[in-house]
Structure formats: C-alpha cells, structure tokens
Write a protein that binds this ligand. Sequence first.
Ligand SMILES: C[S@@+](CC[C@H](N)C(=O)[O-])C[C@H]1O[C@@H](n2cnc3c(N)ncnc32)[C@H](O)[C@@H]1O
Length: 185
Amino acid sequence: MAHQAQFPASERHRLVDEERQRRQPVEMLLARIRPRKGEAIADLGAGVGYLSLPLAAAGAEVIALDSQQEMLEGLRERGNGSERVQLVKAILPSIPLRDASLDRVVMVNVLHEVEDKAGLAKEIARVLRPTGRMTLVDWQARETGRGPPLHERVPVELAPSIFEGFVLERGYDDGDHYHLELRRE
Ligand SMILES: C[S@@+](CC[C@H](N)C(=O)[O-])C[C@H]1O[C@@H](n2cnc3c(N)ncnc32)[C@H](O)[C@@H]1O
C-alpha cells in the first residue's frame, strides 16, 4: 500500500496564510459547524490550529491532536495560552481519549493523509458520545490545481460510507473542497 504523505511541518505557515483564508475562510467553516459553548471537540490533525483556536474562542473545549510536534508547537504559540485548547501528540488512527468523551470530532484536510481509514472510523465512533457529531472537510477527488495527489483523495461519494453508524446531515461543495456534517444514527 502506498504511504500517505503528511503535510510537511516546514510548510505550516501555509495553513494559516492569506491565501488559505481566502480559499477556505474559517468563518465559513465555523458557521457550518455551529460549535456550542462548553462542548468537547477533538480537532484531529489540527495543524497549527486554523480551526482549533476559533472553536475555542467560540466557547468550545478543544482537544487539538496532531502527530507532528512542530505543528503543536506552532499551535501553542498562536494560541497564546488559550486555556480551552489541550494539545495531544498522537498518530491517527489512534485517539488516546476516553470512550464517549467527545461531543464532536472535526477533521479538516486530514482524511486523505490517514492510511488506516477504517481504524480511524472505529476510533472516532469509540470516543464520541451517542449524540456525537462529526465534521469532515477534505479535497475533492478531481483536478484542483493545488492540493494533495489525486490518488490520495477520498471522493465525496465514498467519504460518508467510511464512517459506519453515521448519517449525512448536510453537505457543501466549495469547489476545491467538500464539507460534510455527519451525526450518529
Ligand atoms: C493539511 S494539514 C491540515 C491541518 C489543519 N486541520 C488545518 O485545516 O489547518 C494535515 C495535518 O494532519 C496531520 N496528520 C496527518 N496524518 C496524521 C496522523 N496519522 N495522525 C495525526 N496527525 C496527522 C499533519 O501533521 C497535519 O498537521
């Protein structure tokens, strides 16, 4: 099986630069996610916190998980001591959190980088509460002029079926990306 490449930590500034904000505005992501005050959200593959920090600013208790220490360091610096963001270094599919301890999981531009997607789906199901919800944003599996190699991308038609026991509530096509809001059945 081909090894999925991780977004290089040396390029982490690109995750939060003006072009990112223009192409995938964080306000748009937040408006669709509709985080609630106090809800426990894990941002899987959080990078330097493009989404984790605004989620925390909106009142959520965020667990930002990433496999790369440089990403977590960058997030910590950008967060400037935000108390509502906990940093966890872990390699997905493993999620070192308690069973049924989360209200929501978000994954933005990460699914295509995780090799064991079935294992990831199982772990997400384990850590989410019975009422849990999930946000899945990733690159469309078509030529977009930028982004990861086409063969790594997960087509929008297939993405929900990876997550057994979840139903699609809302879906958006943003051109280069799709945005799916899923909840447990
Ligand atoms: C393209 S970046 C997206 C970061 C962030 N979600 C955002 O939207 O800005 C992908 C992130 O996923 C992380 N990642 C990739 N594979 C991972 C794995 N198996 N376990 C944990 N993190 C992973 C990378 O380190 C990187 O920070």
